[in-house]
Design a protein around this ligand. Structure first.
Ligand code: ARG
Length: 479
């Protein structure tokens, strides 16, 4: 061990003077959080340094003490980064572990750090700092995913895909248009994360245990140093609520839900029965028994992991609902679901950006997902996808929509009996359902005609899809 062995006897605990017997090993393990909260060490050190600087500024501790604290913390940070720090279960959590080591390194100055502070406002500050960093990272990753999505959508701005309702062929859309639906979903997700960040960006430090402190602290200075936009106005609220963590998990659950829906589509499209796409091999696995299989494991796991993220959201809501003010140890249970949620979202976004991504090869764009337009076309031909276009054609010639709907329904039935698609019926056959039908009907019965006709903002006409991609790119520009 490179650092001094820390005193691990129970009577050295920060709160030990009041107690006559040590906790059992089981209770120690049960109540400790250091196993998982040590990942907040960088935030804990940042928060402590800001607190110490404020204490010195306010002449609550001496400038010599501050210098010692800064020196000690720099060493501790190095030890942690190099993996040399000895995390001790006896010291319960990340806060006490670091404080103990600081005191071992610098003596009494280390013991003065906790003046005017409690672990309650300390941990509330650490989580907010940690989550703020996580959100910033997630926002970047959403943008990366969206870039990949837009590149793929642009390539397929005019590729016809059967749009489904009730999982049955409904009307033609373009594959690019379909992908842009996920751009919109994730755009709202990004807005939700950014919004959550605004509300969590308030400083709890200064609330101390629950009621504030008797020392002449300067909370605004600490907030400024740590980049918080405001301070928490009420000390009881500052130490006790974890609504920001719940909001984060809610935003995460929605993002995962969107990616889970996309996953379900990829799985469906990749099924040999459908065969619209093929995912790159590195996102799939084979079967140990069936040699022919290539299973879409990654999208299936995204769909599966959405369950654990939803579970974390419900877990945190349940954690909070029965707690009286102010801090209760229940709150220690906030971290694992929160960390797990952030980790899951981060990994999912990184994998997704790659799965739908592309690269330049010999001056050509190569996509990691292989799109098969022939299969999409074939499905369109089997689904009477332009039936609505025929109805609209009749309406434009004066027939009330309900009557047009009925005439086309009869035409579809006749085509079905003949085993052909609508444009394969002859003009004479079509005219049997309405005398309003002329030779120009075949323009609207083609997939290309159907797509081009939906030419308004939000519609699937290829020109509109390209315009939507251009607008999306504008929105993605960093301000
Ligand atoms: N490890 C604790 C947590 O995560 C830190 C706060 C402890 N405060 C207390 N009064 N026991 O919530």
């Amino acid at each position: 061990m490179t650092n001094a062995q820390q005193d691990s006897s129970s009577d050295s605990k920060a709160w030990s003077g009041r107690f006559s017997e040590p906790v059992s090993d089981l209770v120690k393990r049960y109540t400790a959080s250091v196993g998982f909260d040590q990942r907040m060490a960088p935030q804990d050190i940042r928060g402590s340094l800001a607190h110490a600087r404020m204490l010195a500024q306010q002449a609550i501790i001496s400038t010599e003490d501050l210098a010692a604290i800064e020196r000690g913390m720099a060493q501790i940070q190095g030890e942690i980064e190099r993996g040399e720090f000895h995390w001790n279960l006896d010291d319960e959590d990340v806060h006490l572990n670091i404080e103990k080591r600081l005191t071992a390194l610098i003596g009494d100055a280390g013991k003065r750090l906790h003046t005017g502070r409690s672990r309650n406002d300390q941990v509330a500050t650490d989580i907010r700092l940690w989550l703020r960093d996580a959100i910033d990272h997630i926002l970047e990753l959403i943008a990366d995913f969206q870039q990949a999505l837009l590149t793929l959508a642009e390539h397929h701005a005019a590729t016809p895909l059967p749009g489904f309702t009730h999982l049955q062929v409904a009307q033609p859309v373009t594959f690019g248009h379909h992908l842009l639906a996920y751009f919109e979903m994730t755009r709202r997700d990004a807005e939700r994360f950014a919004d959550c960040r605004k509300r969590l960006n308030r400083l709890p430090l200064g609330a101390a245990a629950l009621a504030g402190t008797t020392f002449p602290i300067d909370r605004a200075a600490v907030a400024r140093e740590l980049g918080f936009a405001e301070v928490c106005e009420n000390s009881l609220d500052a130490v006790s609520d974890r609504d920001f963590a719940i909001e984060f998990c809610a935003a995460a659950a929605l993002l995962m839900t969107h990616l889970s829906r996309l996953s379900e589509e990829l799985i469906l499209w990749m099924s040999p029965r459908v065969g619209f796409i093929d995912l790159a091999d590195r996102f799939c696995t084979g079967s140990s028994i069936m040699p022919q299989k290539k299973n879409p494991d990654v999208p299936e796991l995204v769909r599966g992991k959405t369950g654990r993220v939803n579970g974390s959201l419900v877990g945190l809501l349940t954690l909070m609902k029965g707690q009286p003010l102010a801090y209760n140890k229940d709150n220690q249970e906030d971290k694992e679901p929160l960390f797990d949620t952030a980790d899951t979202v981060i990994d999912t976004l990184r994998i997704y950006a790659d799965m739908l991504g592309s690269r330049e090869e010999n001056g050509q764009r190569v996509f990691n997902v292989r799109v098969k337009p022939e299969a999409m076309q074939a499905a369109l031909r089997q689904g009477y996808a332009t039936a609505t276009d025929l109805a609209d054609y009749l309406v434009k010639r004066g027939l009330p929509f309900r009557d047009a709907h009925e005439a086309v329904a009869r035409a579809v039935r006749a085509a079905e009996q003949k085993g052909v698609d609508l444009p394969e019926l002859s003009l004479q056959e079509l005219r049997a359902f309405s005398a309003l039908i002329d030779a120009d009907v075949f323009e609207v019965l083609t997939v290309a005609g159907s797509l081009a006709a939906r030419d308004h903002l939000g519609g699937t006409a290829p020109a509109q899809v390209r315009a939507a991609i251009a607008r999306a790119r504008q929105k993605l520009q960093p301000n």
